[in-house]
Design a protein around this ligand. Sequence first.
Ligand SMILES: N[C@@H](CCC(=O)N[C@@H](CS)C(=O)NCC(=O)O)C(=O)O
Length: 229
Amino acid sequence: MKKTEEKIKLYSAWYCPFAQRAWLSLLVNKRDFKYIEIDPYNKTEEWMRISKGFGTAPVVIEDETTLVDSLDILKYFDNPKTGTNYSPEIEETLSFINKDLIPSFYRFLKATNDEDLKKTRAEFTIFLNKFSNEINEKGQYYLGQNFSIVDLAFIPFAYRIDLLLRHYKEYIVAKEVKNFARYQQWYEAIIKAEFFKETKTGMDNYDEELINFYKVYSEGGGQEDVTKS
Ligand SMILES: N[C@@H](CCC(=O)N[C@@H](CS)C(=O)NCC(=O)O)C(=O)O
């Protein structure tokens, strides 16, 4: 075990899909790190100092480097040598996931009146189908045979989509995604992997706890900015 690797600290919140991205990335890239559970909503002086004034989970610290954004963290551990040197197609997909698909998921989860529910559901279904259609046919991962940063960027949200939209909005992914076989193959390949299971925190009732945590979102509350593109 290299000494330098022990210096990585992951400040995470167990329920947070953005933090789960960072956690997955550390596991997939086999880095040694210290997991530190925090409440990002409790803006103590110490937390604001650690998070460089952002106050959001995740935060990763390695030596002099502090990273406060989950996509930056994915890139940092994926590609330490070349940094953010991704193809335009990958950048476009990551941007689609972050700016279209994820905010649309939160808008649907938070919708309460009939009109909003109808609108957000339809919009979300279009985005989810776009993602599904673009999963490469030549393998189980988004890019085909190669596992990539795109898989990591979306899987924590895909998990919550299945769990929370089913529970709170009676939305069944299998019925809404036209090419469901491909989506399912992608989804299961990742959620059944050991590294994914490890990020389910070890809580016996993880799914139930997540459902409880997101109840306030399903009633229109919770964090605001996640719905914005
Ligand atoms: N852009 C950030 C967003 C992370 C984020 O919104 N995290 C939530 C928890 S899931 C948070 O810390 N919220 C605290 C707050 O908004 O005060 C990332 O991708 O890392």
